[in-house]
Design a protein. Structure first.
Length: 65
C-alpha cells in the first residue's frame, strides 16, 4: 500500500510542478482485490483545460527526448 501511495503522491507533485491538477488522482482501491500484480493508480477525470495542459506538457517533454 505504501508503494502505490508514494507513486500517486509523486505523480501529483510532478503534475503540480507543471501547473496540472487531477482532482481525482488517487489509489484505485478495487485493484487491491483484483489480479493486478501492483495496485493501480487512478488518474480520474479532468476538465478540457486540464486535459489540454497535460497534452501540452507531454508533447514538450517528448520533443526534448
Amino acid at each position: 500500500m505504501d508503494d502505490v501511495q508514494e507513486c500517486a503522491e509523486g505523480l501529483k507533485v510532478a503534475l503540480k510542478a507543471n501547473g496540472i491538477t487531477l482532482p481525482s488522482l488517487g489509489i484505485d482501491m478495487p485493484s487491491f482485490a483484483g489480479d493486478y500484480p501492483p495496485p493501480l493508480v487512478a488518474l480520474g477525470n479532468c476538465n478540457m483545460a486540464t486535459a489540454r495542459r497535460l497534452a501540452e506538457v507531454l508533447h514538450k517533454a517528448a520533443a526534448r527526448c
